[in-house]
Design a protein around this ligand. Structure first.
Ligand code: NDP
Length: 396
């Protein structure tokens, strides 16, 4: 049994805690977050007894103190990307391994880049510690699907298209599936895709196409956008000539977003209101539904996968690896909607890989640097089974 400190008690933290509690022989958890009552609420619903604590993870000294008190083997960071570096500093100071699901972002610019966290590689290496970055679904499972395709199906990987479809309906006029501030920063950012050796920037949502999901999930409009795993995958698979990320959005979501953007509600620079500085996007977050509460009303499925193309034995080959996840089944199992579930399960499995030493390393690592096989095996066991389609079975 290993002590694990989960930081963050939102939609994803809820699922990580529930999934860890389903493996009590491995995990002994503490949930810590800014608002302790949220940790206590999660703890009340778990089948095992867990500790909870109040923690402002922006404060490295406070985080160090809590780590020294609880003495975990691993910190699972499912707070917000803004806290990544502070929590990594606390792990270095206390000699504890680290895992997260989203790369560091500075508060004042919506930039999704790994260089801030990759810069910690030598420090983690020197201390003999491991930091695993992006162990959610996308990034996370999408990196592992790519690694699995490259390991088992292709001799050379030349292109990837990551397709994230959420065919769910939450019954609200407008809501986001994970933290609204982080979600809106992501979807309103400039699009970047990789082509012939460099990233090319285009306007947000400027390229759209239709995608028919397998297994009757439906046909959706998907939009090309930037997503952080493109950066690590193009680094670790230098044979890639093209790498794109696509996400589905409903007309309703895009219309609301357009209006909110037009009136300045998605801005992240401060404005003065009645003598006080406010950040419009943070104010908007306060008005929107809490993604953690959407589970009871969300129906439909998610379908997220990677279409990888390249050559095998001198012939062109395509492979599509995907997972379909049903929102209501997630709610029945752990009381959350599918987007929190598809992020929380891989975070638990990543932690399991580290604690059982199936994945080991000294330094900072992205998921695709690890052997995908044991992780893929656990996805099938812990609620995110995957399928593979090949060549002319794929419509792309
Ligand atoms: P939520 O907003 O629901 O939860 C975030 C939690 O972090 C809240 O409990 C919040 O506390 C806590 N928190 C925020 N700031 C601090 C702080 N300074 N110290 C301690 N705790 C803090 O977000 P989600 O659960 O939806 O998302 C969590 C993470 O997962 C995000 O980083 C997101 O980007 C990532 N994610 C990754 C995905 C993937 O597939 N890789 C997909 C979806 C999300 P409080 O309640 O007090 O605000």
């Amino acid at each position: 049994m290993a002590k694990v400190l989960i930081i963050g008690a939102g939609g994803v933290g809820h699922v990580v805690a529930h999934k860890c509690a389903q493996v009590p022989e491995l995990f002994d958890i503490m949930i810590a977050s800014r608002t302790k009552s949220k940790c206590d609420k999660i703890a009340e619903g778990l089948p095992v007894k867990v500790q909870t604590a109040q923690l402002d993870a922006d404060d490295t000294a406070q985080t160090i103190e809590l780590i020294r008190k609880f003495k975990p083997e691993l910190v699972v960071n499912v707070a917000l990307p803004y806290q990544d570096l502070n929590i990594m500093d606390a792990c270095l100071e206390t000699g504890v391994n680290y895992l997260d699901t989203a790369n560091y972002e500075p508060r004042d610019t919506a930039k999704f880049e790994y260089h801030w966290q990759w810069a910690y590689h030598e420090k983690f290496k020197e201390k003999g510690l491991m930091a695993l970055l992006g162990s959610g679904f996308d990034p996370g499972v999408t990196n592992i699907f790519t690694a699995y395709a490259a390991k088992h199906y292709l001799d050379t990987l030349t292109s990837i298209d990551i397709v994230d479809v959420n065919g769910g309906d939450h019954g609200q006029s407008f809501a986001t599936n994970f933290n609204p501030e982080i979600n809106i920063r992501e979807v309103t950012a400039q699009c970047r895709h990789f082509e012939d050796g460099s990233f090319i920037e285009t306007a947000p949502m400027s390229l759209k196409r239709s995608f028919s999901c397998p297994d009757n999930v439906g046909t959706y409009n998907i939009y090309r956008m930037y997503h952080e795993e493109l950066e690590s995958l193009t680094k670790f698979y230098p044979s890639l000539k093209k790498a794109q990320f696509w996400m589905s959005f409903s007309e309703n979501y895009l219309n609301h977003l357009q209006v909110l953007q037009n009136v300045g509600m998605t801005k992240i620079d401060p404005v003065m209101y009645e003598g006080k500085e406010i950040i419009p996007l943070q104010f908007l977050k306060a008005l929107l539904p809490d993604p953690g509460d959407l589970g009871k009303t969300t129906t439909g499925q998610t379908c997220i996968g990677v279409i990888a193309k390249g050559q095998k034995d001198g012939e062109d080959k395509s492979v599509y690896i995907y997972n379909i996840c049903d929102h209501l089944s997630c709610f029945k199992e752990v009381g959350s909607q599918g987007v929190s579930y598809t992020t929380g399960v891989p975070a638990m499995i990543g932690a399991m890989m580290m604690l059982t030493k199936k994945w080991q390393g000294k330094g900072v690592f992205n998921m695709e640097q690890m052997d995908p096989d044991p992780f893929m095996e656990k996805l099938n066991i812990h609620g995110l089974p995957w399928q593979v389609k090949q060549d002319n079975e794929i419509e792309w």
